[in-house]
Write a protein that binds this ligand. Structure first.
Ligand code: S3P
Length: 438
């Protein structure tokens, strides 16, 4: 599907950030692992998170839908997943990497996981390796890709130093640790999103954090009665970037998760000169078992280039395409370093962002571990191909509003992976200003 995004209208008014994708995946998994019903509110209704609901249902959980985003999940208990199931993860990398952590410790049962064309290009050896070290049996195509066959075994705890700062690998190993004998420790090279840890604490699991180490001890079961999913900072980031780039805008994003491990993009935005206000979580006073939310006010400001360092990358990983777009409008150079992980996202996001924005007139080049953009103060416009990547599609839309000639996004339907209402929400924000100015 092709969709055109024209420049001109400022963004005005307030918008509720759509439900968080990462926390929705985890809510479904924790619901399935629990023996008692778990009430979930604010669950994201999008392709990725529907894949997770379908997966846990296939594994034996019963999902009761009580209204938009309101679910009661009747789980199977920690060791009660149905065996012999072929799971289709669709486009969802988080499901692909987290679910095996739960399954690997259920001895004697078997499953296979596979997904769409993009999933088939994304590595699973990053989780197969630690799970095998704990005692599970895994077989992946070419030792690296789906289909992934899992045979559950009784697991032994390990200490695992993550080769890359990845919340998916960390979460997988911690979930496996829940079913293992002993205490499993994950050592992180840099902090990454910690939703799994916060939920584990809520679920009564023995979890300890000490600097870069997170440890969990095996248990018989988990207990959680309710999970509320806050708004998604990664989805809200697209509206925020549009409001920063389109002159005359001023928006408020309501109900957005303020977890410090998720809001790195907004810190970068502030550093580039955008006026933001909102109670983002302070890393030194972070919550242990809750997800704080905030209302964020965003308006344009003269931007200057910045360097995003490797330590910041995991805290803004899904928003880095937007940093490239902002860099086009900033004075000076914007560089992203230490972001090789972008190569194994829904698309190779170093290539697709550099080619995509380059075709719209950006002065951008790929580097080995990220990209460098020289700000020219604007962007011409043209056609951007989404390559089936939801964040690329939304990037093209925001680029269109900020450009001189508009952008046609080829493959806009990809946005439905994380944010089906994206184009409508964006249109509502621009309509308000048209209404207001007559
Ligand atoms: C996610 C972690 C990140 C992120 C992805 C969601 C998660 O992936 O890019 O969209 O929910 O744990 P990595 O762990 O591969 O960095």
């Amino acid at each position: 599907m092709r969709a055109r995004f024209a420049p001109g209208s400022p963004l005005r008014g307030s918008i509720a950030a759509p439900p968080d994708k990462s926390i929705s995946h985890r809510a479904a998994l924790f619901g399935a692992m629990s023996a008692e019903p778990v009430h979930v509110t604010g669950y994201l209704d999008a392709a990725d998170t529907r894949s997770t609901l379908a997966a846990v249902a296939a594994l034996g959980a019963r999902i009761e839908e009580r209204g938009p985003g309101a679910l009661v999940i009747h789980g199977t208990g920690l060791r009660g997943a149905a065996s012999g199931v072929a799971i289709d993860v669709g486009n969802a990398g988080t499901l692909l990497r987290l679910l095996p952590g739960w399954l690997a410790g259920q001895a004697g049962k078997t499953w296979t996981l596979d997904g769409d064309e993009s999933i088939r290009r994304r590595p699973v050896d990053r989780i197969a390796r630690p799970l095998a070290a704990m005692g599970a049996q895994l077989e992946a195509r070419e030792d690296r890709f789906t289909p992934l066959a899992i045979t559950g075994r009784r697991l032994t705890a390990i200490d695992y130093e993550l080769p890359v700062a990845s919340a998916q690998i960390k979460s997988c190993v911690l979930l496996a640790g829940l079913l293992a004998d002993g205490t499993t420790t994950v050592i992180e090279p840099e902090p990454s999103r910690d939703h799994t840890e916060r939920l584990l604490v809520r679920a009564g699991a023995p979890l300890r954090r000490d600097g870069d180490r997170v440890a969990v001890t095996g248990v018989d079961g988990v207990a959680l009665d309710e999970i509320h999913v806050p708004g998604d900072p990664s989805s809200a980031a697209f509206h925020a970037a549009a409001a920063v780039l389109v002159p005359g805008s001023r928006i408020v994003i309501e109900g957005m998760a303020a977890n410090w491990t998720r809001v790195g993009f907004f810190r970068i935005l502030e550093r580039m000169g955008a006026p933001l206000s909102g109670a983002l979580e302070d890393p030194h006073a972070a919550a242990v078992d809750t997800e704080p939310v905030c209302a964020l006010e965003v308006a344009p400001g003269p931007l200057h280039g910045t360097t995003v360092t490797p330590a910041e990358v995991p805290l803004a990983i899904d928003e880095l395409p937007l940093v490239a777009l902002l860099g086009c409008f900033a004075e000076g150079e914007t560089v992203v370093q230490g972001a090789q992980e972008l190569r194994v996202k829904e698309s190779d996001r170093i290539a697709t962002v550099v080619d995509g924005l380059g075709a719209l007139g950006a002065d951008i080049e790929a580097t080995e571990d990220g990209f460098a953009v020289r700000g020219t103060g604007g962007l011409r416009g043209g056609v951007l191909h989404a390559h089936g990547d939801h964040r690329l599609a939304m990037l093209g839309a925001v680029a269109g509003l900020a450009s001189r000639e508009g952008v046609e996004v080829d493959g806009m339907e990809a946005a439905a992976v994380s944010y089906p209402g994206f184009a409508d929400d964006l249109a509502a924000l621009t309509r308000r200003s048209r209404g207001a100015t007559g």
